[in-house]
Write a new protein. Structure first.
Length: 168
């Protein structure tokens, strides 16, 4: 019973956070939620499977670049780009994962690091396509559902990231 009270209080507090913190703090809170999502996936990999990966973030980068390139070059809506970017990251990560899981221990960790560095080198090398260390400029925040400017504000962006974290 106590769990449900704490769960309800956490939901209530999460809904009220944007109205209780200043504008700059909202940026920090959103960053913390994004890192929380990454920590959950790393906990799944390290905590439950005992696979220590140094290339875990490469899938995040691949998904982010895929989504950004789809938005920039094809002007697709955000939900579609997230779905397609997940597919691209999966198509590339599955063969790499198959190769890496044939080893264990330090060999697994070093192999994942090698693939992550290979991905970094490829993205950094093709500056005209990926922007190199400068990233991809010109990505605008998408319109919300039904043409609302929900994602144009920090509060809307907070709720989107919170929903992704909760659904994960």
């Amino acid at each position: 019973m106590r769990f449900w009270y704490l769960f309800g209080a956490a939901i209530f507090f999460s809904i009220l956070v944007p109205f209780m913190v200043p504008n700059y703090a909202m940026t920090i809170v959103v960053e913390a939620l994004i890192w929380g999502l990454f920590a959950m996936s790393l906990d799944l990999l390290v905590g439950y499977t005992r696979l220590y990966s140094f290339g875990h973030v490469a899938a995040y980068g691949l998904g982010a670049y895929s989504s950004a390139l789809l938005i920039l070059h094809f002007n697709m809506p955000l939900p579609v780009t997230i779905f397609l970017a997940t597919g691209v990251a999966t198509l590339i990560a599955v063969p790499i994962t198959w190769v890496c899981t044939r080893t264990h221990g330090v060999s697994f960790a070093m192999l994942t690091l090698a693939f992550a560095q290979l991905g970094f080198a490829i993205l950094y090398r093709f500056k005209e396509f990926t922007g190199g260390s400068n990233g991809l400029p010109g990505i605008t925040r998408p319109e919300g559902p039904f043409g609302l400017d929900f994602f144009q504000t920090k509060v809307g962006y907070y709720y989107m990231v919170l929903a992704i974290l909760v659904c994960s």
